[in-house]
Unconditional design. Sequence first.
Length: 461
Amino acid sequence: MDEKGLPLDLAPVDTRVRKHAYRSTRLIIACIIVQVVILIYRLTGTPKSITRLYNSYTGQPDFSHLAEHCAHISPVSTSSFLQRQQALAQSLHELNASAYIAEPGASAAYFANLSQSQWHLSERPLLLIISPDVDSSEQVHARVSILTPSFEATRAKLLSIPSQDEVTYPSWPEDVSPFEVAVSAVPQLKEGTIFVDGMMRSFVLDGLQKAATESNVLTAPVEIRRLRERKSAEELEIMKCVNEATLLAIRAVRENVKIGMRESEARQLMSTALSAAGLSDGSCLTLFGENAALPHGSGTDRVLGAHDFVLVDCDAELHGYRSDITRTYALPESTIHATYLRMWSLVHSAQANALAAARNGTVTAEVDAAARNTLAAQGYAQYLTHRLGHGIGLETHESPYLRGGSEDVILTGHTFSDEPGIYIEGQVGIRLEDCFYVHENGTAIFLTEGAGGAAKGPWDP
Ligand SMILES: *[C@@H]1O[C@H](CO)[C@@H](O)[C@H](O)[C@H]1NC(C)=O
Ligand SMILES: *[C@@H]1O[C@H](CO)[C@@H](O)[C@H](O)[C@H]1NC(C)=O
Ligand SMILES: *[C@@H]1O[C@H](CO)[C@@H](O)[C@H](O)[C@H]1NC(C)=O
Ligand SMILES: *[C@@H]1O[C@H](CO)[C@@H](O)[C@H](O)[C@H]1NC(C)=O
C-alpha cells in the first residue's frame, strides 16, 4: 500500500518511470534471448568467440585462450606401447624372470594402457601378465595376457590393450581360485621368478605366491621400475605441456583474484581455468596468509587480506600424465611484510640451487640437501618440514623421491618436483614448485621452461 491507501500496483506512475520500466523490460527480454542462444551454443560445442562473449556478458573470467596450449599434443601411440612391452620382456629375460604382473594402475597403464579409470579395482582380480617369449633364434618377444573374472570377460576384451601378438584372456569362474587359473593358463608362471608391481595389493600377491608354489614372487626391482621412471621424448612433450598449461592457468587466475575473496572462490576459479586449458582431474590447494603454513591446508575458508600471500598448489592431467606446480604470490595491490619477502627470495634460491644440483649420476639425497643447505645458511632449515620433491609422471607422486636418506641415483629422463618451502605456523607459508626433467646431456631443466619456468618474483609468478 502507498500513502494514499491504494494497492501499490494501482498507484499512478510517473510516465518517465513507466518508459524506463518499459525499456528495462525490453532489455531483460533481449538478454534472456541472448542467454538462451548462448546456452544452446554452449551445449552444442561452443565457438570460442561465443564463449568469450558469454563470459564478458556474465562477468565471468574468460580462460578460453588457455585451450590452445596443449591442443597439438597427442596421446601415447600404439607403437610406443609395443616398445615398452618389448623393453620389459628384454629386461625380464636379462633378469632371468618369467613374468611381470600388475593390477590396473599406473604401471599397467604404462605397459598396456590399463589404468584404474579403464578398470576399477575390486575384490575380483583382473591382472596384466607380461612374459618374455624366446624364439628359436634367441629373439625375445612380449606375450600379453589379461586374467579376467569369467563373467567380465566380454568387458575385459573391450579394453584397448596394445600388443604385438594377440592378447590372451584366461578367465576364472567364481568358484575357482583366480591365481590357480593364471598359473595353469600362463605356463611361465609355474617356476622361476615372478616380478609384481610395487602397488599390487597384498591379497593378490599372497594368492599368486600360494598358487605358484615353485616360483618366487617378488616386487619388481629397480631395473624394471626405471623403465617407467625414465621418460621418453614423447612422454616429456606431454609432461612439458601439462605443466606449462597448469602454470598458465595459475597466472590467468591470479588476474582475477581479489583482496576479500575466499580460498574456496579462488579454488573454484582454478578449477575452471584448468578445465578451460583442456586438462582433466585438476585440483588445487588455495591457501591464504598463515593458512599456508600447514603444507596440505588448514580446513578453514579464509578471506584474502591485503598483507597475505596466496599459495596455489595445483595438479592436473593430460593424456594420463600429471602436472604439479606451486606458486606463492602477491597481488598488485598487496603489501607484504619485508621479512616474508626475504623468505620468499630464500625459497626461490633454494629451488634454483636444488635444480643446479640435480644432474645425471647424482644421488637424490644430495638434491634435497642443496635446498635445505640454502635455507640453513639463513637459519631457516627447520621450517622446511617435508622432503624436497617426488618423482612424477603417470602418478603425481611416484618413485624415486628427492629426500634425505635416499640413495636413488638420478638418471637422464627422470622427472621430479622441486618444491622447497618455509612454513611458520600461525604466521606464513611459502612454497615454490616446478617439476624438472634430466636432459640427455645430463642437466636438469624445468618442465615449465616453455612457459617462462620458475617464478621471477612474488609479483611475477
Ligand atoms: C588407450 O585406452 C584409451 C581408453 O580406452 C583409448 O582411447 C586409447 O585409444 C588407447 N590407446 C591405445 C594406443 O590403444
Ligand atoms: C634362471 O631361472 C631358472 C628357473 O626358471 C633357473 O633354473 C636358472 O638357474 C636361472 N639362471 C640363472 C643364471 O640364474
Ligand atoms: C649418467 O650417469 C650414469 C651413472 O652414473 C652413467 O652411466 C651415464 O653414462 C651417464 N650419462 C650421461 C649422459 O652423462
Ligand atoms: C643441455 O641441453 C640444454 C637444452 O638444450 C641446454 O640448455 C644446456 O646448456 C645443455 N647443457 C650442457 C651441459 O650441455
